[in-house]
Design a protein around this ligand. Structure first.
Ligand SMILES: [Zn+2]
Ligand SMILES: [Zn+2]
Length: 330
């Protein structure tokens, strides 16, 4: 099969992945083989190939927003041809303290799709059967893909921030994840305040019905109940914190931050304000979000790339060019 392979230590700017012929993977018990029909590109993929996250496998096929059809290892619950989605959390041990306390997102021995095991920048992929989510019909493959990480993690971020219906919520940064989260916030009748760099992102936020839209350094005109930061920047977290009311929460939707700058405790964190990180997701987050996305008919804007152009797809995410989410269709 064709695959886009990342070899740690062998990268050049603009050519982080090599398109190669590799052996078709074989599913063992508990796993299914999927024919990949679409795979979304996530900022985390960029963190992996640029070395912000330490390499786990010397040769890796990235990609963790996989839409695929069961093509091998079929089971009663996942017959041949079933369309499923696979996300970043590709497996847990089921035995650690966190798994026993309904926090499988924090599992001590997790499997991460497209990081600790091969992912979906390929024609086929093998995944754990119990981490493949049957997908609702109605959405085209390429439009489902960005829901599988950007969508689910954006949704989890709203949960971690503790958003209640009708609240004032700030979104700091407005890429793929935020543009999906705004649809959920609107269904909860929240006021949404968007602060982001890039005229295209501001226009998109306005078009999607944000209450207020400003530049990265602008502050919303009201105090926020909750905020979610999407940019991989500690400065943005401090900006969000400075916009919170007392008792408010900032949830950080980023697997990697450049660094957290020093900030003034008395004026920014005192008053029971909270900063929380958002780590991975649970299967319940995935199922709940996919159902909500279906009910709300969330249809992300996407730019499609063939597998041969996987490097261009990564660059589109890096440089925030292209409209909406980048999706590879092999
Ligand atoms: Zn565990
Ligand atoms: Zn992701």
């Amino acid at each position: 099969m064709k695959a886009a392979v990342f070899q740690s230590g062998q990268t050049a700017p603009g050519a982080l992945l090599h398109i190669e012929d590799v052996d078709l993977p074989e599913p063992s018990a508990g796993y299914v083989l999927l024919r990949v029909v679409a795979c979304g590109v996530c900022r985390t993929d960029l963190h992996i190939v640029e070395g912000d996250l330490p390499p786990i496998k010397p040769r890796l096929i990235p990609g963790h927003q996989i839409v695929g059809e069961v093509a091998g290892g079929a089971t009663v619950s996942l017959p041949l041809g079933t369309r499923v989605g696979v996300s970043w959390i590709g497996g847990v041990d089921g035995s650690c303290w966190f798994c026993h306390h309904e926090m499988e997102n924090l599992c001590d021995q997790p499997t991460f799709t497209g990081y600790t095991v091969d992912g979906g920048y390929a024609e086929y992929v093998v995944v754990r059967e119990d981490f493949a989510f049957p997908l609702p019909s109605g959405l085209e493959d390429a439009h489902v893909a960005p829901l599988l990480c950007a969508g689910i993690i954006g949704f989890r971020s709203l949960r971690v921030a503790g958003v209640e219906p009708g609240e004032r919520v700030g979104l700091f940064g407005f890429g793929s994840s935020a543009s999906l989260a705004i649809a959920i916030l609107q269904s909860w009748r929240c006021e949404v305040y968007v602060s982001t760099r890039g005229e295209a992102h501001r226009e998109r936020a306005t078009a999607l019905g944000a209450t207020w839209v400003g530049a990265e350094e602008d502050r919303p005109p009201v105090k926020l109940d909750r905020a979610v930061t999407f940019a991989p920047s500690g400065k943005v977290v401090v900006n969000a914190l400075s916009s919170l009311r007392k008792g408010g929460v900032v949830a950080i939707n980023a697997i990697h931050l450049d660094q957290m700058p020093a900030f003034d405790y008395d004026s920014l964190l005192w008053g029971e304000r909270q900063i929380r990180s958002v780590a991975n997701m649970t299967r319940n987050d995935a199922r709940d979000f996919l159902k909500l996305a279906h009910d709300l008919n969330i249809r992300p804007m996407v730019t499609v790339f063939p597998l041969a152009d996987a490097n261009q797809a990564l660059l589109a995410v890096k440089n925030e060019t292209g409209l909406g989410s980048a999706v590879i269709v092999p």
